[in-house]
Design a protein around this ligand. Structure first.
Ligand code: ATP
Ligand code: MG
Ligand code: MG
Length: 550
């Protein structure tokens, strides 16, 4: 009995355990610390951790830090925080850079076996002589260097005797292979740069395709799961394991990567958004990063349920998932948990002219109409309240059931009020309504004397707490434009809208990351960056309605 639904990788694991090919399941999540994690990474995280969990296995968090120029400890810390927040505990915490000595020794072994050589061709020349799908590549003039010459040149590379790009180490496989990845791939390059973990110890660094299988083998990883772009690399992955004579044999399996509509999902582009200040950081609530989703108000449960629903497949069909599917899961998660309260955006003052001055009464309000266990609260009501500007029209169209001169509506949790008059400012904008209330119509009193068609929400003016509401739309409007390098110029100008308003008095206690449903508006999260002791800021997580069904 296992906890996650069946999928092709899981079936492979079951088979491997049955035949004894594998005795313990070990997986890894191997991010490069060159940016923050995004929702696509969440898919990989869930798959790796849950696959191991299902078979009482282990999962390592391994930083694939083989490119010193782009990597930083800020990213290492952020990645650890995000994986833990998603609810996963890694068994081992490793850095590929901790294996540099061993990886170097395996490269030396390849040289000794005549399976690697130092090449003086530069990057352009290597690309030009690699051939195409229909044309074989050409051997490098340096391909036949002796083992001894290669050994001493590689040692000199390590010592720092050469400049960046002057030499590389290449695997010696087959320049005519139908798989271009096997045409003598570069396995080491010279990079004179400070490394976040190893400092200035190294000036040569292994290439990802060479280092990754070795890292997996060193950790005893049984199933190395990656996205489909790496399928063509699998023969080289297996070649490295075999020719480097690794005692443990990991195997690579590929699944389809997650893409979301209206969402950029490459760290390179996300970094551009941050660096160009199109957003206010990696954790901007519009970002598809884990930290952005967290600040926006998504929960680990919602993200995990979303990823589970996606399943694990080798592809076929459309691979771009509707972003509204993620919204569906956060609504589901918060539906019974979030306090339902009244927030007024764009407020309009209402004076209830027949309500006694200086009187305040407390009214009862349910905390969650779908979850009675959440109980109720007391909210103040007095002569002046705020409603939304949208809930009044001087000249309403047909079927407008909210307030207009002469019309009566229900105030949620309170009384019926009727609009008698309104006040305009010098620009002709309505700034105040004069209404009367009917004491008989008190909510919960069982009043049946007459019916009204509209119910609107409100907050008591004297006690209400000012609040800022940040409303979001997707950053990216069009998925086509998302492809070009110019995507920065095609960002949605309305992706952030800031609105002022009021919330109920008892919201004074709200803390960053508390989540609420504001009647009629949707789910909101208290922003962790801009909220201060006397300034509440709410992020719209998601509106109430959805046209999306899973
Ligand atoms: P990006 O292209 O967004 O920069 P990456 O693949 O370069 O991502 P890594 O840090 O190398 O980022 O990724 C760590 C792991 O997460 C890899 O195993 C990778 O396959 C996986 N991963 C990255 N993006 C996605 C995605 N969109 N869907 C599923 N898995 C992903
Ligand atoms: Mg990468
Ligand atoms: Mg585990």
């Amino acid at each position: 009995p296992t906890s996650t639904p069946s999928n092709f990788i899981k079936n492979i694991v079951i088979e491997d355990l049955k035949t004894g090919k594998v005795s313990q399941v070990i997986t890894r999540f191997p991010p490069e610390p060159n940016g923050y994690l995004h929702i696509g990474h969440a898919k990989s995280i869930c798959i790796n951790f849950e696959l191991a969990d299902d078979f009482k296995g282990l999962t390592n968090l391994r930083f694939d830090d083989t490119n010193p120029v782009k990597e930083d400890t800020e990213f290492v810390e952020a990645i650890k925080e995000d994986v833990a927040w998603l609810g996963y505990q890694w068994d081992g915490l490793f850095f590929a850079s901790d294996y540099f000595e061993e990886i170097y020794n395996r490269a030396v072994l390849l040289i000794r076996k005549g399976l690697a050589y130092v090449d003086d061709l530069n990057a352009d020349q290597i690309r030009e002589t690699r051939g195409t799908l229909t044309e074989p590549g050409q051997n490098s003039p340096y391909r036949e260097r002796s083992v001894d010459e290669n050994l001493s040149l590689f040692e000199q590379m390590r010592k720092g005797d050469f400049q960046n790009g002057e030499k590389v180490l290449r695997a010696k496989i087959d320049m005519a292979s139908p798989n271009i990845n096997l045409r003598d791939p570069v396995i080491y390059r010279i990079v004179h740069a400070h490394h976040h973990n190893t400092g200035d110890k190294w000036c040569i660094y292994p290439m990802y395709a060479f280092a990754h299988p070795l890292e997996d083998a060193i950790e005893g990883v049984s199933h190395s799961i990656c996205t489909l772009e790496f399928e063509d690399q699998r023969p080289f992955y297996d070649w490295v394991i075999q020719e480097c004579e690794m005692p443990s044999v990991p195997r690579q399996y590929e699944f389809v990567r997650l893409n979301l509509t209206n969402t950029v999902m490459s760290k390179r582009k996300l970094k551009l958004l941050v660096d160009e200040k199109a957003v206010d950081g990696w954790d901007d609530p519009r970002m598809p990063t884990i930290s952005g989703l967290r600040r926006r108000g998504f929960t680990p449960e919602a993200i995990r349920n979303f990823v589970r629903e996606l399943g694990v497949s080798r592809g076929g069909g459309a691979s771009t998932v509707d972003a509204r599917m993620l919204d569906h899961f956060i609504r589901e998660d918060l539906k019974l948990k979030a306090l339902r309260t009244m927030g007024v955006l764009n407020p309009l003052k209402v004076v209830i002219t027949n309500y006694p001055e200086d009187q305040v009464e407390m009214l009862e309000a349910e905390n969650n109409s779908e979850n009675p266990e959440m109980g109720s609260r007391q909210i103040p009501f007095s002569r002046e309240i705020y409603i939304e500007q949208d809930d009044f029209m001087e000249n309403p169209p047909n079927k407008y059931f909210r307030l207009f001169p002469g019309n009566e509506v229900r105030l949620k949790n309170a009384y019926f009020i009727k609009c008698n008059d309104f006040v305009k400012d010098e620009n002709g904008k309505v700034v105040e309504l004069h209404c009367t209330y009917d004491v008989e119509t008190k909510s919960g009193s069982g009043f049946t004397g007459r019916k009204v068609k509209g119910t609107i929400h409100w907050v008591d003016a004297k006690s209400a707490v000012p609040a800022e509401f940040r409303l979001y739309e997707p950053l990216i409007l069009d998925d086509e434009e998302n492809e070009g390098a110019s995507f920065l110029e095609n960002l949605n100008p309305n992706s952030l809208q800031i609105v002022q308003g009021f919330v109920e008095e008892n919201m004074k206690q709200a803390k960053p990351h508390d989540k609420f449903q504001f009647f009629r508006h949707g789910y909101f999260n208290v922003d962790s960056k801009y909220t201060t002791d006397d300034h509440l800021v709410f992020n719209l997580i998601v509106s109430l309605k959805s046209s999306f069904e899973v």
